[in-house]
Design a protein around this ligand. Sequence first.
Ligand SMILES: Cc1cc2nc3c(=O)[nH]c(=O)nc-3n(C[C@H](O)[C@H](O)[C@H](O)COP(=O)(O)OP(=O)(O)OC[C@H]3O[C@@H](n4cnc5c(N)ncnc54)[C@H](O)[C@@H]3O)c2cc1C
Length: 389
Amino acid sequence: MIAGQDVTILGAGIGGLTAAVALAGRGAQVTVLEQAPEITEVGAGLQISPNGVRVLDALGLGDAARSRAMQGRGVWLRDGISGREVIDFSFEKVAPKATFLLFHRADLIDLLAKAARDAGVVIRCGAQVERVTPGLGAATVKLAGAPSCEMGFVIGADGLHSVTHSAMNGARAPFFTGQVAWRATVPATGREPAEATVFMGPGRHMVTYPLRDGTMVNIVAVEERGTWADEGWNHQDDPDNMRKAFSGFCDDAQALLERAETAHLWGLFRHPVALNWHYGHCAILGDAAHPTLPFMAQGAVMAIEDAWVLAACLDRDGPQNGPQRYQLLRRARCEKIVAAAGKNARNYHYANPLARHLGHGALRLAGRLAPQQVFNRFSWIYDADVTKA
Ligand SMILES: Cc1cc2nc3c(=O)[nH]c(=O)nc-3n(C[C@H](O)[C@H](O)[C@H](O)COP(=O)(O)OP(=O)(O)OC[C@H]3O[C@@H](n4cnc5c(N)ncnc54)[C@H](O)[C@@H]3O)c2cc1C
């Protein structure tokens, strides 16, 4: 029912481009409007868990994705101070059939943009949307330097500072969590582990994993602190500040930080999940609907899931009724994931040495006696297959 209809997607991020591929595959005439002068991505890594990989597979992008990404081997939790192992989840043991992919963000964006163009999608860069009016008959979009224009169906995939979200929900009211995240990529030495490693310390933790055939290592380093920092991808910071914050960490962690020539800082804010995901001929997806803290590595994966479900609902029920079903299928799951991510950081950050000793000890024991059960706590996230809904 969406075949032949015009759909305009605002934002050529992971969510917008996945939606473009999914809708073009169902016969829609898709245009993507992106504010950036060209499609580029920041130098950072992205873990795509099996629930996101299933969508890439269903879109026919599975082989290309596997060839552009590294296969995740597992997750290794370590005490950040002593370096001692707390728990080692090998995916071969706890999730042998599941695929976890480790992407450089630019590679995933490039793959999606190419697939979209191949499917006939028009991507217009340098098109900054100033205002969206989600009318009942058609949505109106005002681009910078141009008069307002009626467009068929409009999808706001315009991220954290979404103008489409505001048009349907009013301004967001985020609050600072008291945590900041540095991100950096450093050259690999070849001695780094193949797994994603989490170094857990008092009031801070650091996640590292290999990228691009093991030639690079991605670092996300999170610190609890009172001073506010901006939210966004482009706030550079002196990498010495990151090194200072983790100066008490073990040699393996310090050796990685030592090699960081640049670092970006991101203030971590909690945002309520949007109440309204659609109105009239307009819907939102990805960070526009549900920005999340990065502690479950699910922000981009949820955007990918949203994109599939929205395309399927529009196809099944049309632009009139499809968006309602889309919100029904998506909102509760995303809200649960966002809440779980909000809790996760504190689990890594025991400040009191005794609490840390006991907490790590309990995890270590559970990891030895029943690793599968510990891992299965996340099966509601990873086992979901939205392509079957
Ligand atoms: C440190 C960190 C690590 C993370 N790690 C992971 C991870 O491992 N796995 C994971 O799944 N998620 C991760 N995330 C979350 C993930 O990055 C986001 O959830 C994801 O990028 C959201 O995709 P999106 O397409 O909704 O929005 P975005 O990626 O923000 O894309 C929005 C696009 O819209 C464009 N745009 C915005 N406004 C306008 C406008 N007015 N007009 C036109 N265009 C506009 C932007 O330029 C951009 O291209 C992480 C986040 C952080 C901060």
